[in-house]
Design a protein. Structure first.
Length: 274
């Protein structure tokens, strides 16, 4: 068990796991679909569509064993399993790992490979060398103060020819204007954004070969603007990020739109091989 730490506390502070499960059981007695869970478990900019684009970079026939670092509530994991990937999710937040497992038990995926959940630190991955065919980062590296160590550990657990695919937030040209709170940090203390150039350099230093880079910022802004409109609609959603972040998310959601629009942050996709 990972001891309590400020990052885990940030994510668990307002998490209402028992209420979430009761809400799901009441509204979806036959079990929720992946799309019904998405407002809760796809805690990143772009939702299900962004996860689909990330997973399209891999092929389960050649990248079967996949490690999702910073798995959160498991939306990407379950989406990957539906495509045939053997997904292992690692998260430093015990409450997230427990709720991820509970959500997965309620989703009917009879033909999907079994999932695995691990509460752990990405700086010291509890896996043997060459254990995985691919590693995924989806809005998770931005929480890690020692990105180089995380990437070195990722390199260690990947087999030769393995892939890293990232859907990450990086700092934009106006990062000094970044407004807090945002979903990954209440203040600058726990926000560890890299520049795109800095991230590419770290990947190369740690033995990776750059294969693909794409700027998703425009698409990300449009998606977040649509979500913001939904969040301001006076109706009670079955599930939403507020079940995780509480009332803070109203401000977080607004700040995400402003930060994207003003160039404080960018959203990028990166694929590398080793």
């Amino acid at each position: 068990m990972i001891p309590s730490n400020p990052l885990a506390d940030h994510y668990q502070r307002a998490l209402r796991a028992d209420e979430v499960l009761a809400q799901i059981d009441a509204h979806y007695p036959a079990g929720p679909t992946l799309h019904q869970l998405a407002p809760l478990d796809q805690l990143h900019i772009g939702g299900v569509a962004a996860s689909a684009r990330l997973l399209e970079r891999l092929d389960p026939t050649t990248h079967l064993k996949v490690l999702d670092i910073g798995a959160g509530l498991g939306g990407l994991m379950r989406q990957g399993a539906a495509l045939g990937f053997q997904m292992t999710g690692l998260d430093i937040t015990p409450g997230f790992s427990a709720l991820n497992r509970a959500l997965s038990s309620r989703v009917d995926q009879p033909n999907a490979p079994p999932l695995a959940w691990v509460t752990g630190d990405a700086c010291a991955l509890p896996f043997a060398n060459n254990s995985f065919d691919a590693v995924l980062f989806q809005h998770s590296l931005l929480n890690m103060p020692d990105a180089s160590k995380v990437l070195a550990e990722s390199r260690r657990v990947l087999r030769a020819g393995g892939q890293i695919v990232m859907h990450e937030v990086v700092s934009g040209p106006n990062v000094a204007q970044l407004r807090y709170p945002v979903p990954w940090a209440a203040s600058a203390e726990h926000s560890h954004l890299l520049t795109l150039m800095g991230l590419k350099q770290l990947l190369e230093v740690n033995g990776f070969t750059l294969e693909h880079v794409e700027d998703w910022t425009h698409t990300a802004l449009e998606w977040r603007q649509r979500q913001r409109q939904k969040e301001q609609t006076p109706r009670q959603a079955v599930l939403s990020p507020q079940w995780v972040f509480g009332e803070r998310f109203l401000t977080m959601g607004k700040n995400l739109v402003d930060n994207l629009a003003q160039g404080a942050i960018k959203v990028v996709e990166i694929q590398v091989s080793c």
